[in-house]
Design a protein around this ligand. Structure first.
Ligand SMILES: Cc1ncc(COP(=O)(O)O)c(C=O)c1O
Length: 414
């Protein structure tokens, strides 16, 4: 006899809630946040010359092992700025074709289109869900391709070694989309320090957040200077206020957000370690349970960023019940999850519109692994991995309970 599922009126496995995000508290407000925001307020320096943004940019670059950081208002404009800096774009000329995974958030693509790239969308590796270097190699068009935009999806670093080899062979630039991968490491080196530049997001769901925010990291001073020009109306970092050696826009970040991020950065490493411990623990138990495949780590992943815990659901192992039924049953047991990106990005309404109006802008290569991922993924949010060992045991118990009940009864649940 299997235990009655919560969705059918049984007792839920987990009733004690989950860590909230961000991890705010009245105590932290009193001890750190209020004094920091008050300092900005009383200094009357809420924008330029932006000492807090500078302090945070330097601290975050140090954290990533990169030479330079430039704080931005969002992840989207960080990608735009990084591409501008790396390829020395003025924003008006054709930037060539950029190769990116067809399995990412819309901003990866919209930022590149904004900077006048055409896009080649390629498949991902079926184990890591990051861009497949073989697919990249096949997509390169000599004379047309200018850059690769790997996305460290869910926090798993893309195969940067293989991608860099392809980039070197064809003279391409590499810009990392690190929006979901703060603190992740490829072969002992943090993302954001591996390619020609990295772009981060501090949007509200991200593992380091100020509600909205972003950062470009790079080891190249010329790239840094062009990124600064892009976000600060064309200025040079050491230039005069009314001098504009390049054309730029205003993407300067708020000093209040920089002050908040300066505080929260101190917690990032410990939180990342906790997510890794819980991620490893879950993997150990889920591996014994056929039908919900935990995320795999490539041998070069020395630290996962775990913005997402990306599992794959197999209905055949769950008595033919659908992923939707599984997610609903899990939610009733007190464990939130989602089905992730529903289609390859190129099939989203916004990009289909672009492709139909401007067919030369988008090239979609075969993406069988992405189609499988879209059909089978079950994602858990990063805050879940901040839970206790008991919380992790509840996940394992709930999955096991549903597994047993679904296999015992093929009648659909809702
Ligand atoms: C992979 C990826 N790239 C880019 C972005 C854009 O960041 P933002 O929302 O801060 O503009 C996000 C998140 O929102 C993302 O997940």
């Amino acid at each position: 006899m299997s235990e009655k599922l919560a969705i059918q009126g049984g007792t839920p496995v987990h009733t004690t809630g989950w860590p909230t995000w961000p991890q705010n508290s009245g105590e932290l407000w009193d001890s750190k946040v209020e004094p920091a925001l008050k300092e900005v307020y009383l200094s009357r320096t809420e924008g330029l010359p932006a000492p807090k943004a500078k302090e945070f940019s330097e601290a975050f670059a140090r954290y990533c092992g990169a030479e330079y950081g430039v704080m931005m208002p969002h992840g989207t404009d960080s990608i735009m700025a990084a591409l501008t800096g790396v390829l020395d774009l003025d924003g008006f000329s054709d930037a060539g074709e950029i190769i990116m995974p067809n399995y990412t958030f819309i901003a990866t693509a919209s930022a590149a289109l904004d900077r006048r790239f055409t896009i080649a969308f390629v498949d991902v590796d079926p184990d890591t869900f990051t861009i497949d270097p073989k697919a990249v190699e096949e997509a390169v068009r000599p004379g047309k391709t200018t850059a690769i935009l790997p996305v460290h999806l869910g926090g798993h670093p893309a195969d940067m070694g293989a991608l860099q080899k392809i980039a070197d062979k064809h003279g391409l630039k590499v810009v990392e989309d690190c929006a979901q991968a703060h603190g992740a490491e490829y072969d002992g080196q943090k993302v954001g320090s591996l390619g020609d530049a990295g772009a981060f997001s501090f949007q509200s769901s991200k593992n380091l957040t100020s509600g909205e925010g972003g950062m470009v990291t790079t080891n190249d001073v010329d790239v840094r200077n062009r990124v600064v020009a892009f976000k600060d109306v064309g200025r040079h970092p050491e230039g005069e206020r009314w001098e504009y050696p390049r054309l730029g826009w205003n993407y300067r970040a708020s000093e209040y957000l920089a002050a908040l991020l300066n505080i929260r950065l101190d917690f990032l490493e410990a939180e990342t370690l906790r997510r890794n411990e819980n991620g490893d623990y879950l993997r150990k138990y889920l591996n014994d349970m056929p039908g919900l495949v935990p995320p795999k780590l490539s041998p070069t992943t020395t630290m996962h960023g775990y913005h997402l815990y990306m599992t794959m659901f197999d209905p055949n192992e769950f008595g033919g019940h659908s992923r939707g039924e599984f997610i609903a049953a899990l939610s009733a047991e007190g464990i939130p999850s989602s089905s992730g990106y529903g289609t390859p990005l190129s099939d989203s309404e916004g990009l289909k519109y672009v492709a139909s109006k401007y067919p030369d802008l988008i090239r979609r290569l075969p993406c069988p692994n992405i189609e499988k991922a879209c059909a089978g993924s079950v994602w858990f949010g990063q805050n879940i991995l901040l839970g206790s060992r008991d919380d992790m045991n509840d996940i394992v118990e709930a999955v096991g309970k549903i597994h047993k009940a679904f296999r015992a009864n093929a009648t659909p649940v809702s």
